[in-house]
Write a protein that binds this ligand. Structure first.
Ligand code: HEC
Ligand code: HEC
Length: 395
């Protein structure tokens, strides 16, 4: 009997192992070579609130290894909050202006060479026509060439008021950003660099890299952070990787069945393609709006805001799915807290939207805000926060 079942399973999977359907295994050469000295400076900086305007938040606050390199929240609480992950609360007396309008994505494998598009809307990406070969958001042009989109991205969170910089009147960096003084000797980037350089341990460590007496530049900080992220958050040893490398029994039967769907009937690999399950492209899959949004009026048109093209409206970058079980909630706004609900949404996007509208209507009718923890109450309208947990349950 057992033999029969095994034979049946093997027969039913016979089709999928066709090498043409599956990606090639990841190779060491898919990643750049790193400098261990730079990686170790990057590690210090990644966990150090010195990069924030009010010395109260680090990169790791929103990209914590214990939280799947995210923050386990749909929408992050940035500068001014206290604590980590779901325990993170608004600090009494330090009023946070707003939630970060998007979900903090996982940082796995972003250092691999093929990752040339950063952010949910791709506002940083490699582009031959852009200054120094990397397209940056307006007013944030690079001051020096950089090799990777990741290193260019890494010098941007420090310029966002709600994320790391703090608000005008609170510190000189936030004031410079408010005045759009980013570049040059008095600009925000240089002020942050000066703070880092003033710490003797950092200056001595950077001496090894850039040479004694060479002034530190913000791109040196970006490089260090990106080398650390590349080194530390590499995820290339899953059972799936072992399977691709020829270990036939690396995956359980149910995992094999999932793989068959993913690369077969499910058509997932038409967007989640290649070694890292992403085409690095933009698609509209109709995630329900959740939270304050990046546009006005609680909306987020994603790629459309960057390109200005109508056809790009509501498109978001296909995320890599490496370690995806660790990095809930899902989607650009964390609308789904549950992985199965996120996958089901792909199958019938209209259902997710219908439920979202129903929840919004109910919310608008109710006098009291919905029962949600204190960390949600900073949202200006209850109808902007249609409970992601509930949505996941319903779908
Ligand atoms: C307050 C929370 C917060 C902090 C602090 C923060 N980030 Fe992020 N990070 C986010 C969010 C939210 C996004 C997505 C923004 C978007 O796509 O519009 C993001 C995006 C990114 C991305 C792009 C990931 C991808 O898949 O495209 C990288 C890389 C990154 N952050 C690195 C950093 C580094 C390095 C620091 C410290 C200098 C940092 N972050 C600080 C919340 C945070
Ligand atoms: C048309 C392209 C496309 C197809 C086909 C597709 N996806 Fe996606 N997927 C996306 C995009 C785009 C996002 C991000 C959407 C957003 O953030 O608004 C996404 C997000 C996800 C996420 C959330 C990841 C995260 O970190 O937030 C998961 C999980 C996922 N897809 C799994 C699947 C599975 C499983 C299939 C097959 C059943 C599939 N996708 C088919 C484009 C696609």
């Amino acid at each position: 009997m057992r033999l029969l079942i095994t034979t049946a399973i093997l027969t039913s999977f016979a089709g999928i192992s066709a090498a043409s359907d599956l990606p090639n295994p990841i190779l060491p050469s898919d990643f750049p070579t790193l400098d261990t000295e730079i990686v170790s400076i990057g590690r210090q900086l990644f966990y150090d609130p010195v990069l924030s305007g009010n010395d109260n938040i680090a990169c790791a606050t929103c990209h914590h290894p214990a939280l799947g390199t995210g923050d386990a929240m749909s929408l992050s609480i940035g500068e001014g909050g206290l604590g980590l992950g779901r325990m993170r609360e608004v600090d009494n007396g330090n009023e946070i202006k707003d939630r970060i309008p998007r979900n903090a994505p996982a940082l796995f494998n972003l250092g691999a060479r093929e990752f040339s598009v950063m952010f949910h809307d791709g506002r940083v990406m490699r582009d031959r026509d852009a200054m120094y070969g990397i397209k940056m958001p307006e007013g944030r042009t690079l001051e020096r060439p950089r090799n990777t989109a990741l290193a260019a991205q890494n010098i941007l969170p420090i310029l966002i008021h709600d994320e790391m910089a703090g608000h005008p009147g609170e510190n000189p960096i936030a004031d410079a950003i408010e005045a759009e003084e980013i570049h040059g000797p008095n600009g925000a980037w240089q002020q942050i660099t000066a703070k880092v350089e003033a710490i003797e341990e950092y200056r001595m460590a950077f001496d090894w890299i850039i040479g004694q007496g060479t002034p530190l530049h913000i791109t040196d900080i970006g490089d260090a952070l990106s080398q650390f992220i590349t080194y530390e958050f590499r995820a290339t040893d899953s059972p799936f990787d072992q399977y691709l490398n020829g270990k036939a029994d690396a995956l359980r039967a149910d995992q094999m069945a999932g793989m068959e769907l993913f690369y077969g009937k499910g058509n997932c690999a038409s967007c989640h393609s290649g070694k890292f399950q992403t085409d690095h492209g933009f698609h509209a899959i109709g995630l329900p709006q959740f939270g304050p949004g990046k546009d006005d009026a609680y909306a987020d048109t994603g790629r459309g805001m960057i390109s200005g093209l109508d056809e790009d409206k509501y498109r978001f970058r296909t995320p890599s799915l490496r370690n995806v079980t660790l990095s809930a909630p899902y989607g650009h706004n964390g609308a789904y807290t549950d992985l199965e609900a996120m996958v089901r949404h792909h199958l019938i996007p209209s259902r997710g939207l219908a439920i979202m509208i129903a929840v919004k209507l109910r919310c608008m009718r109710s006098v009291k805000p919905p029962r949600i923890g204190s960390r949600w109450t900073i949202w200006p309208k209850c109808c902007a926060s249609p409970w992601p947990q509930r949505l996941s349950r319903l779908i």
